[in-house]
Write a protein that binds this ligand. Structure first.
Ligand code: SAM
Length: 292
């Protein structure tokens, strides 16, 4: 662990000056370890023409690191008490813009469209040490809104990363695994001990880089129906697939068994044993049943 004591004591002074206290409910566990900050910035593969969107800059330690590589950084922070703090900690960077907003209510594609460098081939990179309380909703928003980014490098609770990286048949394999693997190739960057944050959280973390796929790994007739099928499957995790998808788009038990059989899936299997390819075949079989 490499602790930058001069930066950390500067930040403690700035916090005192603004009377800032970390908010537990906003997931404000700030990074204090230099090697982690550098590893996230380096793993993001940021080029000098790239636009970086940072989710939750906190006091700006990661913002400053990515600003060293990027053409422009736009950082979105919900806590308005942090805006004067960030203006001070990032005063030396003229390529950084701070937006005070809730990421969940932000139209990221519009932000990207307005800022993407027009005369260059710069990519968009999303980075963030995500607040624990909202990691999965933020990730699902980025994926479902088809955010026009090349990479998403994010730190999250270790357990969430394990779910993302899970193999079919394992205990942690679920709807999140299937959704992420549909949209992205997953690259494990590093593990991060809870001692690398202030205040120290209860859990360890993992950094992943999600490389957004240029084309989907499976073709489906109806993408929305694919995710409805995945949600139905895992919504009743302990049930057989036949029972889990009964009711999906009005399918009765007999029709549920028939669509599974047509997709080559034994109706007595459980969702955690189905691969992305099998969910895709099943979604197309449901599509056929409800449109024919
Ligand atoms: N990037 C900083 C770091 O690594 O030290 C801070 C990371 S801290 C885990 C998460 C940050 O996200 C906090 O600054 C918090 O205020 C911010 N945040 C929480 N919910 C948010 C939301 N809905 N939209 C934008 N920022 C949010």
């Amino acid at each position: 662990m490499r602790n930058n004591s001069s930066r950390n004591s500067r930040d403690a002074g700035i916090k005192r000056k603004y009377g800032f206290h970390n908010s537990k409910s906003l997931g404000q566990n700030f990074l204090t370890d230099d090697s982690v900050i550098e590893d996230i910035a380096a793993a993001s593969e940021i080029g000098s023409d790239d636009l970086v969107i940072e989710i939750g800059p906190g006091m700006g330690v990661l913002t400053a690191a990515v600003a060293e590589y990027a053409g422009k950084v736009t950082a979105i922070e919900i806590d308005r008490r942090l805006i004067p703090v960030l203006n001070e900690t990032l005063a030396g960077y003229d390529n950084v813009e701070i937006i005070n907003a809730d990421i969940m209510n932000t139209d990221l594609n519009q932000i990207i469209a307005e800022r993407r460098p027009s005369e260059s081939d710069g990519a968009v990179r999303i980075v963030g040490n995500l607040p624990y309380y909202i990691t999965t909703p933020i990730l699902m928003k980025l994926l479902e809104e088809h955010i026009d980014a090349r990479t998403i490098t994010i730190m999250m609770q270790k357990e969430v990363a394990e779910r993302i990286m899970a193999e079919p048949g394992s205990r942690t394999y679920g709807a999140l695994t299937v959704a992420v693997s549909y949209y992205c190739n997953v690259h494990h960057v590093r593990e991060v001990s809870k001692e690398c944050f202030s205040p120290v959280p209860k859990v360890d973390s993992t950094v992943l880089r999600l490389d957004v796929r240029q084309s989907r790994p499976v073709e489906v007739r109806d993408e929305k129906l694919l995710f409805e099928t995945v949600k139905a499957g895992f919504g009743k995790r302990r049930k057989t697939m036949k029972n889990a998808i009964t009711g999906l788009r009005g399918l009765d038990k007999g029709a549920a068994a028939a669509v599974l059989e047509r997709a080559g899936i034994d109706p007595s299997r459980r969702a955690e044993t189905l691969s992305l390819e099998e969910f895709a075949a099943l979604a197309d079989s449901v599509y056929q049943a409800v449109t024919e």
